[in-house]
Design a protein around this ligand. Structure first.
Ligand SMILES: NC(=O)c1ccc[n+]([C@@H]2O[C@H](COP(=O)([O-])OP(=O)(O)OC[C@H]3O[C@@H](n4cnc5c(N)ncnc54)[C@H](O)[C@@H]3O)[C@@H](O)[C@H]2O)c1
Length: 393
């Protein structure tokens, strides 16, 4: 059995579920040979807890790994990807792939929401072009860790589209909850944006993926996105917003609600939404309206286990579902989110592809199309919803 040595960049929330899922892989032997992160305390603690060697930075870790798994904030993704590609090391990169994080060296005074979006889109496309060329030239395995692609519900819909030769006419999708727990979230210079970058990217990539599947099945080439209309809001910062303490409100310069209407090359459409203003646990779905069927893919809640708990404290040691703010009353429990949200399946695909030198289901072109569409959406929002072309890399 082939052994794949994996090194993690980042030791926070996503690092934990990546590690759990990497260790579930079968058919390949996974060896965790390194972890690095920005803060010495966090990488030391993570390394100690999981028995993984700790490195001060990516360059010193790279000689010890076959695949670099990047789970740091978006502003740090590109550096890791370029270093790995240049040294022939495979790459797994969390969403969103990369973006624009303000002028080099900018600090807390930078406000991405006020930065003109036309030049921003140009810089992003230039950066994506260079990144994609470097990764393609290197020939390394590249896995875009967009878990929606690998969620069993979305993979079932892929099978339906492929085997019934469906034409997808319209897609609806959403990822919402009551606000990220990451200290880097809500700050454009770390995240490259707000809800569009952090959350809409999930249903957006799933919609782009399903249209790719349809096109490849019918014509041997993906149907790609052409243009976008978008509106973003900062709802928790409205002067009249009444904070009851259930929804995160601390955003420096990013939107907390966003909607994108994407038109594809064939004229069909997708509407994807996200809000940091949604209570009741993480709310993720994709609905597909095709010429021969209609499918609702529920990623969360999934309706597998509904439990009623009259008193919060009884469940204090029981995990129920991501971003639920109470365990009292009825809860739609996700018994294993690593399965239902696609985390285990994505790691399996990436590791198998690294071992067999193949391209994963969720790859570079899908990741680049997602980012181009998001920054074209910011341009559209700046123009109060005027349609903007999506430059494809
Ligand atoms: N797919 C999903 O469902 C999902 C969920 C959460 C987060 N994410 C993604 O995972 C990534 C990390 O998010 P998180 O919630 O784990 O954040 P986090 O704040 O919990 O952890 C970030 C980690 O990265 C480290 N870090 C920060 N800057 C760094 C740098 N320059 N170089 C190296 N390490 C650095 C921090 O020290 C920390 O250990 C983001 O891209 C986010 O979008 C994906």
């Amino acid at each position: 059995m082939k052994t794949i040595r994996v090194g993690l960049v980042g030791a926070g929330f996503a690092a934990k579920f990546h590690l759990e899922s990497l260790l579930q892989a079968h058919g390949v032997q996974v060896q965790m040979t390194g972890v690095t992160s920005l803060r010495p305390e966090s990488r030391q603690a993570f390394g100690k807890q999981h028995g993984i060697p700790v490195f001060n930075d990516i360059p010193s870790m790279l000689p010890h790994v076959d695949v670099l798994d990047i789970v740091s904030p978006p502003a740090a993704h590109e550096e890791g990807m370029l270093l790995a590609a240049e040294r022939g090391v495979g790459i797994i990169c969390e969403k969103p792939l990369t973006g624009y994080f303000g002028p080099k060296g900018c600090g807390a005074e930078y406000r991405g929401d006020q930065d003109p979006k036309g030049p921003m889109l140009e810089k992003v496309v230039k950066g994506l072009t260079k990144l994609a060329a470097t990764i393609r030239r290197s020939g390394v395995m590249f896995g875009y860790a967009e878990n929606f692609i690998y969620a069993p519900a979305i993979q079932k819909e892929r099978e339906i589209i492929e085997k019934s030769a469906a034409q997808v006419l319209r897609i609806l999708g959403e990822e919402s909850h009551n606000g990220s727990g990451s200290a880097f979230y809500g700050i454009w210079r770390y995240q490259g944006g707000g809800s569009l970058m952090g959350k809409v990217c999930h249903p957006l990539s799933a919609a782009l993926y399903l249209k790719r599947v349809e096109g490849i099945k019918r014509n041997g080439k993906p149907v790609r996105p052409r243009s976008v209309t978008c509106r973003c809001e900062q709802i928790t910062r409205l002067p009249g917003y009444q904070d009851r303490g259930f929804i995160r409100t601390k955003y420096h310069d990013t939107e907390d609600h966003g909607w994108m209407h994407v038109t594809f090359e064939d004229g069909t459409v997708a509407d994807v939404i996200s809000g940091e203003i949604v209570l009741g646990g993480i709310y993720n779905y994709i609905e597909v309206f095709a010429n021969n069927h209609r499918t609702r893919c529920n990623l969360s809640p999934i309706g597998m286990v509904d439990t009623f708990n009259p008193r919060n404290e009884q469940f204090k040691d029981i995990y129920t579902v991501e971003k639920i703010s109470t365990k009292e009353g009825w809860t739609a429990i996700s018994p294993d989110e690593n399965i239902t949200l696609g985390y285990i399946a994505e790691m399996q695909d990436f590791l198998t592809c690294a071992a067999e030198k193949r391209a994963p289901q969720s790859g570079l072109e899908l990741a680049c199309d997602t980012i181009s569409a998001i920054y074209a959406a910011y341009l559209s929002d700046e123009r109060k919803g005027q349609e903007a072309a999506i430059p494809l890399v």
